[in-house]
Design a protein around this ligand. Structure first.
Ligand SMILES: [Cu+2]
Length: 151
């Protein structure tokens, strides 16, 4: 009897740990300068699993992170210049976001949530975004990051 209770106890604890899994939380910093250049999100590309969250940290003041494009059914986000904002990602696919005051300096980032089901659409969104980048030496920053990371 005791053995049986112990057995079910272990099973129950195992199930509970599965149910309470809330996903990982990753950090993306908003920076005026890094070894990747000026006005950057770091990391500018991040791959996470559906159910994970990203905390956007405004390490340097005056930046936001706002959705440019995401997979169908995803909810746009906007950190509104708050020091720290955590966003949960439940819809698989690729997301492009930018810092609105520095979009013309290619301050943007790409998030891959589990898979790349909207890769073709995202390639077009990045092309559109880069048409608005005014600083020549970072004109292809996002498409370079896209090509290097999105398989
Ligand atoms: Cu910015």
């Amino acid at each position: 009897m005791i053995k049986t209770i112990k057995f079910y106890g272990i099973i129950f604890a195992f199930l509970l740990s599965g149910v309470s899994y809330a996903g990982e939380t990753h950090v993306v910093k908003m920076l005026n300068m890094s070894d990747q250049g000026s006005m950057v999100f770091e990391p500018a590309f991040i791959k996470i699993n559906a159910g994970d969250s990203i905390t956007f940290e405004m390490t340097d003041a005056g930046h936001n992170a706002i959705t440019v494009a995401g997979p169908a059914g995803s909810v746009p986000f906007n950190t509104q210049y708050k020091p720290s904002t955590t966003v949960k990602f439940d819809v698989n696919g690729l997301y492009l976001y930018m810092c609105s005051p520095h979009a013309m300096m290619a301050m943007a980032g790409i998030i891959q949530v589990s898979d790349t089901n909207n890769k073709a659409e995202m390639a077009k969104e990045i092309e559109k975004f880069e048409a608005t980048v005014m600083v020549p030496n970072v004109k292809t920053r996002m498409s370079d990051i896209f090509k290097a990371n999105v398989k």
